[in-house]
Design a protein around this ligand. Structure first.
Ligand code: AMP
Length: 189
């Protein structure tokens, strides 16, 4: 299985990605996690992206594309993967297209977790209390929602036109949503 999971910040992508990856025995690759690990370890990349992430904006396409291209070339991704939080811009869609073409691979489905803005903002505020993520401040949450609507939501049309988009209602318990994703993917065969 070669999958993407998309949806607004706070829709539960990361949590669901782990469950799906386990179910299909594929690695869940989160660009956000890769960036956070670099920030934590104060690598040159981490120092570069720290401020951008805290503001709620997007890291540059070139860096992000390179990280994903390198990661997809690793052995554990050869038989499948789930990309969580990538692509987020049209330039990233094009970069992913060419990486996959180069590897002779194609996507099986693009899962879109749907949730309305009020709900996701409330969830992020709650996560801020629990996890204290640096980009879960009120201002950064607002910027992230706006950036998503402007830069990333249009990508859903691209994948819908390709017949790859699977829309799933992201409201409910982790298990409920997980079940919905599993049945939607099963239906596609
Ligand atoms: P996430 O954990 O997916 O919500 O990502 C957290 C932050 O990492 C985002 O708000 C961006 O600053 C950065 N980031 C993650 N993935 C990407 C991407 N594909 N393109 C640009 N920036 C990204």
């Amino acid at each position: 299985m070669r999958l993407l999971i998309m949806g607004p910040p706070g829709a539960g992508k990361g949590t669901q990605a782990k469950g799906i990856a386990e179910r299909y025995g594929i690695p869940a690759i989160s660009t956000g996690d890769i960036f956070r690990a670099n920030v934590k370890n104060k690598t040159p990349l981490g120092l570069e992206v720290d401020r951008i992430m805290k503001s709620g904006g997007y890291v540059g396409d070139d860096i992000t594309n390179q990280i994903v291209a390198d990661r997809l070339a690793e052995g554990d991704a050869a038989n499948g993967f789930l990309l969580d939080g990538y692509p987020r811009t049209l330039a990233q869609v094009e970069a992913l297209d060419s990486v996959l073409e180069g590897l002779g691979q194609s996507l099986d489905a693009v899962i879109c977790l749907e949730a309305d803005t009020d709900e996701v903002v409330a969830r992020l505020a709650k996560r801020a209390e629990i996890e204290g993520r640096a980009d879960d401040t009120e201002e950064a949450i607002r910027v992230r929602q706006e950036t998503y609507v402007k830069e990333t939501a249009p990508l859903l049309d691209v994948y819908a036109k390709r017949g790859q988009l699977v829309r799933v209602n992201g409201l409910g318990s982790v298990d409920e949503v997980g079940q919905r994703i599993a049945s939607a993917l099963d239906e596609r065969g």
